[in-house]
Design a binder for this molecule. Structure first.
Ligand SMILES: [Zn+2]
Ligand SMILES: [Zn+2]
Length: 205
């Protein structure tokens, strides 16, 4: 298997984050082992039996047809294309965003959503909820934690959804959908408050 520069960069970032955030170490190391892997379920299952965390190995061994998290892994390895209907769906493949990224542009910052299937990024208004598309800014909240200086968790009081925003200006090494996997403590906080992530990540969070 030959790795591209992009795959190498993702693997390096995942391993660096695994060192920095012990609560997410297992999923980041698992993600790093899956990078560049493109396959069908029988082949993926054989690979999971080698590299997945123990409980996932047991689940994979039992499934003749992929379900739950395994379907999510396969859909990321082989994204299906659907026609986008609204502005929170990826213009490239039609899937919903995994997270958002704030990038410096000119004098200010622009917000982009990051596709959960193909990692394509597209511009999105900062005053709109990426889940229910309501546009009342007063109903959007932000949660931050000291150990994640480059992450803000966007909370919608209308639909009780949440999504992490990665600030590339604060950490230029960040790769939005990889850094999103490191946010386990923020996920636990948000779920304890009764919020639901728009799309669960590889860890099912
Ligand atoms: Zn996409
Ligand atoms: Zn909402």
């Amino acid at each position: 298997m030959v790795s591209t520069d992009n795959e190498n960069r993702r693997r390096t970032r995942a391993i660096a984050l695994a060192d920095r955030y012990p609560a997410s170490r297992q999923i980041l190391e698992f993600y790093a082992a899956l990078i560049g892997f493109d396959s069908d379920w029988p082949t993926l299952r054989a690979r999971l039996l080698e590299i997945a965390p123990e409980p996932m190995q047991r689940a994979a061994a039992l499934q003749q047809q992929p379900q739950g998290i395994f379907l999510r892994i396969l859909s990321r390895l082989n994204p299906t294309k659907i026609t986008p209907q609204q502005n929170n769906e990826c213009p490239n493949c039609g899937n919903l965003p995994q997270c958002a990224v704030l990038r410096e542009e000119g004098q200010g910052h622009s917000l982009f959503l990051v596709c959960s299937a193909c990692t394509h990024e597209w511009n999105f208004p900062r005053s709109e909820c990426p889940a229910c598309l309501m546009t009342d800014e007063k109903r959007l909240g932000f949660y931050t934690a000291e150990q994640f200086p480059h992450v803000q968790t966007l909370l919608c009081e209308t639909c009780r959804s949440y999504l992490h925003i990665i600030h590339c200006g604060v950490d230029p090494q960040a790769i939005p959908d990889v850094d999103e996997l490191a946010c386990t403590p923020l996920d636990i906080w948000a779920m304890e408050q009764g919020y639901t992530k728009l799309v669960p990540n590889l860890a099912g969070l």
